[in-house]
Write a protein that binds this ligand. Structure first.
Ligand SMILES: *Cc1c(COP(=O)(O)O)cnc(C)c1O
Length: 427
């Protein structure tokens, strides 16, 4: 598979290079030179999740990795289901939270871990990432126990939920977590400094594992096919999919699935009040504002880093941006929707509720709706308990980690200190 840099088109890389490198020159995102299109989608939809996903990913990766290798990677990575739940006669929820860290980021994180291992030359790799929650957990669990790979995760001390912290700071082994006395932005700034440090980058084999890595996006294409495979022929005909969006990786993957031949009538981008994209689609003006904290904090993003890929794909396919639905939901509406859904028999969490609300607002008669549930309700237990006045039980993985000891180091937002730590770790 060849990929090119969206900003500097003359930079072309292989799948292996794109996985190892993450970003191209001038911070440009990589994009496939050719998006595969399946002509017999029906027979693809008849296959089981792992076989179908292997076929899709093989088509995207091309001949760089043999098909049986890809199948082995997928078997390892997608070891949990992505079931549909019927919320009403015309709407299904796609539950993407049945993996080890209870969020959809498990799919991308685990496939990226497999990809990186598959294309590695055996040298040492250090994954350095900053997190405010879900990404850190998914990356930590995905890379846990892998040889030659050290993972270092920075997070703002006291600013992520205690349960989230327990989920990824209790593993030990090759997973190193650092509670930084500072904000998420301080953490991110240190990661950026590390990447700007050519000597360090070389010495420790630095990689970011963040959501711009193409292997994460490719993995996410597969669960859109899995969702449609569970619908009836009639439901597939007029399908509308709402995606709760922050950095817009999830929506990019959905649009790539459509480009590959998945029958989807329309996508809807649902955000919280950090609504740069819904406003842009309405006015044609890109005017990000300061990021506002919300109940759906995994979507508190005002400069979505995957958006250029969506524009690129729409341009290639000749799709107008006006074909994309969009809507923004504030915290009060999110809470109301969560309560209404619960009364009607479905326990959701803020991110999924936002997608459900915008979907319901924009779904026409005769259409079938699907919305993505990106996290388990227990992952946002503090707000879900308070809004619904219930006590959400902790599912297995959370309950297990909740009673374990935190293994995090603590440090100030001091790059020199982080640098010493990284150099010692890589030996
Ligand atoms: C990361 C995340 C999102 C946003 O996904 P993007 O691909 O960044 O748009 C939504 N919900 C949850 C629970 C998340 O963790």
């Amino acid at each position: 598979m060849k990929l090119y840099n969206i900003k500097e088109n003359d930079e072309q890389v292989s799948f292996s290079q794109a996985v190892r490198q993450g970003l191209g020159r001038n911070q440009g995102l990589f994009f496939p030179s050719e998006v595969p299109a399946f002509d017999d989608v029906d027979s693809l939809l008849d296959m089981d999740f792992v076989s179908r996903s292997s076929k899709i990913l093989s088509a995207f990766i091309g001949d760089e990795l043999p098909a049986d290798k890809v199948k082995q990677m997928v078997t390892e990575a997608f070891a949990f289901p992505a079931p549909l739940h019927e919320v009403s006669s015309d709407v299904h929820a796609l539950e993407l939270f049945h993996g080890p860290t209870l969020a959809f980021k498990d799919f991308g994180g685990r496939f990226m871990a497999q990809s990186l291992a598959a294309v590695s030359d055996g040298g040492k790799i250090t994954i350095l990432t900053a997190t405010s929650g879900d990404t850190g957990a998914a990356v930590a669990h995905a890379f846990y126990g892998m040889e030659n790979i050290n993972v270092v995760i920075l997070y703002p001390k006291g600013k992520i939920s205690p349960l989230q912290e327990k989920l990824f700071c209790t593993l030990g082994g090759n997973i190193h977590t650092i509670a930084v006395n500072g904000t998420f932005d301080d953490c991110q700034a240190m990661v950026k400094q590390a990447f700007d440090d050519a000597e360090l980058r070389q010495a420790i084999g630095l990689n970011s594992a963040n959501s711009i890595n193409i292997s994460r996006l490719m993995a996410q294409i597969c669960y859109y096919f899995e969702a449609v495979s569970q619908l009836t022929e009639a439901q597939r005909k007029e399908l509308v999919i709402a995606v709760p969006s922050g950095n817009f990786g999830n929506l990019t993957a959905g649009l790539l699935a459509k480009a590959a031949g998945l029958p989807v009538k329309r996508f809807i981008a649902a955000t919280n009040v950090n609504d740069t994209v819904p406003r842009y689609l309405k006015t044609g003006e890109w005017t990000p504002e300061d990021t506002v904290p919300t109940l759906s904090n995994a979507m508190d993003v005002s400069q979505p880093n995957n958006w250029p890929r969506i524009e690129e794909l729409c341009q290639i396919k000749g799709w107008g941006l006006n074909e994309l639905g969009a809507g923004a939901v504030d915290d009060q509406q999110t809470a109301e929707t969560l309560s209404k859904m619960h009364e009607d028999g479905y326990l959701c969490e803020p991110h999924g509720a936002i997608a459900y609300r915008v979907l319901k607002e924009q779904l026409s008669d005769g259409e079938h709706g699907l919305f993505l549930c990106t996290a388990h309700p227990a992952k946002f237990k503090e707000s879900v308990d308070e809004i619904l006045n219930i006590d959400v039980p902790l599912p297995g993985p959370l309950a297990k980690h909740a009673v374990m000891d935190l293994l995090s180091n603590e440090q100030d937002a001091d790059f020199a200190q982080l640098r010493r730590f990284l150099m010692e770790l890589a030996g």
